[in-house]
Design a protein around this ligand. Structure first.
Ligand code: SAH
Ligand code: MG
Length: 222
């Protein structure tokens, strides 16, 4: 949505997805560095509404960047609700630390640094994490690893929990007959199988929202 603003998305954002100073500063900082990997304000608000609708109290986000989407979702948490967010790039980690230091409830956010596959393994062993059901996973990191992230989510998200994933159109390539130039065949095949797995109506109640990038939303039925 952010890549192709329209009168409709602008209207909705101005009315329903207004950014406070913190979100506005992160958005501006990223734009000033020509980084456009974060979700749009409307998508951030959608993630927040989904989390709130589901009463999500434990969320795992794979792919933090500067914490823009993290903060949208963290604002759906109440009480001792917690969001774990996974980040690899040193520059992104530094930016996210600044964002989270300004967040009104910093104790609700834990950033795990390093490769997400390692962090997910560690998280699964963490005694605090293990105490409570996992209500929601938001996948928004390296596209080649989406099938592996889904494996983890299928194992750890509670029955009835939510699996949400961004960029599932794989930059407009996922419906093509073969991977276009610039998209690695393994990544393309992986994303197609990721979408097919979530489309299995015996296992998920799911939908793909046709945002610019494609946003998959699935309730895990098993
Ligand atoms: N969810 C963010 C945007 C994430 S951009 C938002 O909407 O605001 C993707 C992020 O995933 C980047 O910060 C990148 O460093 C991180 N990332 C990519 N591959 C990763 C990996 N293997 N492990 C952990 N983080 C990874
Ligand atoms: Mg994304």
């Amino acid at each position: 949505m952010s890549r192709h603003p329209s009168p409709a998305t602008d209207y909705i954002a101005a009315l329903y997805a207004t950014q406070d100073a913190l979100l506005d500063d992160i958005d501006k900082m990223l734009k000033s560095q020509n980084i456009a990997m974060h979700v749009s304000a409307n998508e951030g608000k959608l993630l927040q509404v989904l989390a709130a609708m589901h009463g999500a109290q434990t969320i795992v986000e794979i792919g933090t960047l500067a914490g823009y989407s993290t903060i949208w979702m963290a604002r759906a948490l109440t009480g001792d609700g917690h969001i774990y967010t996974l980040n690899k790039d040193a520059r992104h980690i530094a930016m996210a630390k600044e964002s989270f230091a300004r967040f009104e409830a910093p104790g609700r956010i834990t950033m795990l640094e390093g490769d997400a596959r390692d962090s997910l393994e560690k998280l699964a062993q963490d005694s605090e994490f293990k105490k409570r059901p996992l209500d929601m996973v938001f996948i928004d990191a390296d596209k080649i690893s989406y099938p592996a992230y889904l494996d983890w989510a299928e194992q750890h998200v509670r029955r009835g929990g939510l699996i949400v994933a961004d960029n599932t159109f794989l930059f407009g390539s996922v419906w093509q007959e073969s991977p276009p130039e610039g998209i690695a065949p393994t990544t393309w095949k992986g994303m197609r199988s990721f979408n097919e797995r979530l489309a299995d109506q015996g296992r998920y109640r799911s939908v793909m929202i046709p945002t610019t990038e494609g946003l998959s939303v699935a309730i895990k039925l098993f």
